[in-house]
Design a protein around this ligand. Sequence first.
Ligand SMILES: Nc1nc2c(ncn2[C@@H]2O[C@H](COP(=O)(O)OP(=O)(O)O)[C@@H](O)[C@H]2O)c(=O)[nH]1
Ligand SMILES: [Mg+2]
Ligand SMILES: [Zn+2]
Length: 299
Amino acid sequence: MNEYIAATIIAAHGRHYLADADGAKLQCVTRGKKTNVAVGDQVRLLMTSPNQGVIEKIDERASLLYRSDQYKSKLLAANVTQLFIVVATEPGFADDLISRALVAADAAGIEARIILNKTDVVAALDKTRERLQPYAALGYPIHEVSARTRPEEAVASLMPLLRGQASILIGQSGMGKSSLINLLVPDAEIAVREISAALDTGKHTTTFTRLYHIGGEPDTVIIDSPGFQEFGLYHLSEGMLERAFREFAPYLGGCKFYNCRHLIEPSCAVLAAVEAGQIARMRHTLYGQLLHESAQTLY
Ligand SMILES: Nc1nc2c(ncn2[C@@H]2O[C@H](COP(=O)(O)OP(=O)(O)O)[C@@H](O)[C@H]2O)c(=O)[nH]1
Ligand SMILES: [Mg+2]
Ligand SMILES: [Zn+2]
């Protein structure tokens, strides 16, 4: 006894976690009041009863995705290799949220892709493609699907991208994220009910992040995170922020002042690129907004 058990965190609800140890689902908690565990973490458990344990150790992470404001940070997922942002032709999506998610992915060193769902809503298709053009121009792949009218095609085009990867899907509500998850993870709804019961989240709660193994391969996982409206990036330093906007890269170092913040400084290469139309103004505005948010302190 008292041996550590290696497990993967597959769901989180407050300080209650569900871990998977070679197929066995184990409820676990952190020591004390810690909330430093994320879905996707590889952990070591000490069992306190046959199916309950305490998380004693978190293995080193290959990546960590999180959002934060000045008061708290919220871990989204650990060890993911790519981020999918689900948008749709309708309802409209928020550019702000897309850009923030892309910045978070770049800062975490993981790939980001955009899924454009509901291509069957043809009336809104051209306009939506146009709105996504700036992201395509930045090199973020855009995958068009219709979960409702062309489900087999959606699976066929997404599965090869998912294989061998740990992917997280995020999106505003209404974009069709659950529809896509249900296509990609055939028993997702059953799994959610089981997890919900094990974590005692109460009826109908889908406000927890969970991890599914798909395709019968141990290293192909997909993480579904609840929809959210805010994506704070308070934890990113100024240096991290300027590097997370990938289109700034050719201009960094070209400013007159070595510590240029690219906001109002004279002879700023980034501002010049904005004026010349080489950097989208919308993205530079968000950069300024994120710098401003990062500079907020509690007092
Ligand atoms: N027209 C159309 N509607 C879709 C498609 N995919 C999902 N929906 C609908 O969009 C609504 C929101 O879908 P849901 O999967 O719950 O979105 P979520 O909030 O992002 O999880 C539901 O009414 C779905 O039936 C699609 O490809 N085309
Ligand atoms: Mg949903
Ligand atoms: Zn500058």
